[in-house]
Ligand binder design. Structure first.
Ligand SMILES: *[C@@H]1O[C@H](CO)[C@@H](O)[C@H](O)[C@H]1NC(C)=O
Ligand SMILES: *[C@@H]1O[C@H](CO)[C@@H](O)[C@H](O)[C@H]1NC(C)=O
Ligand SMILES: *[C@@H]1O[C@H](CO)[C@@H](O)[C@H](O)[C@H]1NC(C)=O
Ligand SMILES: *[C@@H]1O[C@H](CO)[C@@H](O)[C@H](O)[C@H]1NC(C)=O
Ligand SMILES: *[C@@H]1O[C@H](CO)[C@@H](O)[C@H](O)[C@H]1NC(C)=O
Length: 272
């Protein structure tokens, strides 16, 4: 019994003293799925091979993988911006459980932002700007309590801005401009209480159906609707007038023709 416990303790000690550079199964799952989901047509992802996914960090905690940074033997930053990448963001990105910064900006990624990002409890930076991502902004991002940067500008995101995102007290940069978002701008972001930074119109511009403070009031839209109705009515009236004058001219012409014909006829007719 005692010997058993001792052996158990010894083996635990052995596990604890294994150096950092040993593979982490969740990082391996994360990197493997990420590499499968991404297409790299210009071969920018140096060293992104299965052997390196099993052991992405060396003893000095630097990564072998292009764009990856390690800390204590775990992947903690992925900066794969501007690499001509295509494909989608796999839900398994959440297996990189120590991830602090995810920057996939300025690529050609498609598909949704996986709500599984919610399990990245250390995530502080999320930059997915300038891609072709669609679907809605997952409200679950609120569970990443350390988020201080959310940059999703220049995508094709639809739906509302989740008002829960206002609960992220560390948020210092928020940009969802140039998407296809709709609905009211949550005051939890635009008119935050206390000393929390507020996000101005720059964060929200370029979304056709988004409205409310701090965007300028929708007056221009109302006017343009009026203008369209006006143009419609105006052109309707114009075509009515045009066709009326057309009919008039036709009537006049045929009247004159008839008169001439009549004249001819009367000319041929013998005078009594
Ligand atoms: C990866 O994440 C999924 C879902 O969150 C989980 O079921 C799976 O066990 C994880 N895999 C590893 C190797 O941690
Ligand atoms: C690729 O990995 C090798 C070791 O496997 C390393 O020496 C090299 O610096 C890595 N290249 C990049 C671009 O990180
Ligand atoms: C996100 O990445 C782009 C470059 O790809 C950069 O211009 C932008 O400043 C980043 N956003 C933030 C908030 O740092
Ligand atoms: C911002 O919030 C305050 C109260 O918290 C309110 O009085 C004010 O009208 C709000 N401003 C806008 C533009 O919504
Ligand atoms: C919005 O705020 C940013 C700083 O967060 C500032 O650089 C920019 O000039 C502001 N824009 C407007 C329209 O107020």
């Amino acid at each position: 019994m005692d010997v058993g416990i001792l052996l158990l303790l010894l083996s635990l000690l052995k596990i604890a003293t294994i150096p950092y550079s040993v593979s982490d199964p969740s990082d391996e799952a994360c990197l493997t799925h990420l590499s499968k989901s991404l297409q790299d047509p210009t071969n920018k992802l140096d060293n992104w091979t299965q052997t390196n996914f099993a052991k992405p960090c060396d003893a000095a905690s630097t990564s072998y993988l292009k764009g990856a940074t390690c800390n204590n033997g775990r992947i903690y930053r992925l900066s794969l911006n501007n690499l001509n990448l295509k494909g989608t963001i796999p839900p398994f990105i959440s297996n990189c459980t120590n991830l602090q910064a995810l920057d996939l900006s300025s690529n050609s990624l498609t598909g949704p932002i996986p709500s599984d990002l919610q399990s990245l409890v250390n995530l502080a930076v999320l930059n997915l700007s300038s891609n072709q991502l669609d679907g809605e902004i997952p409200p679950q991002l609120t569970l990443c309590a350390y988020l201080n940067i959310i940059d999703l500008h220049n995508n094709r995101l639809t739906g509302p801005i989740p008002q829960q995102l206002g609960l992220l007290v560390r948020l210092s940069a928020f940009d969802v401009s140039n998407n296809r978002l709709s609905g009211p701008i949550p005051s939890s972001l635009a008119n935050r209480t206390g000393n929390l930074p507020r996000f101005n119109a720059t964060s929200f511009l370029g979304n056709k159906d988004l409205y409310g403070y701090p965007l300028p009031p929708l007056k221009s839209k109302g006017l343009s609707v009026l203008a369209i109705v006006g143009i419609g009515l105006g052109s309707g009236l114009a075509s009515l007038v045009l066709s009326f004058t057309g009919v008039c001219i036709w009537l006049k012409v045929s009247e004159r023709k008839m008169a001439i014909e009549e004249g001819k006829v009367s000319h041929l007719m013998p005078d009594y």
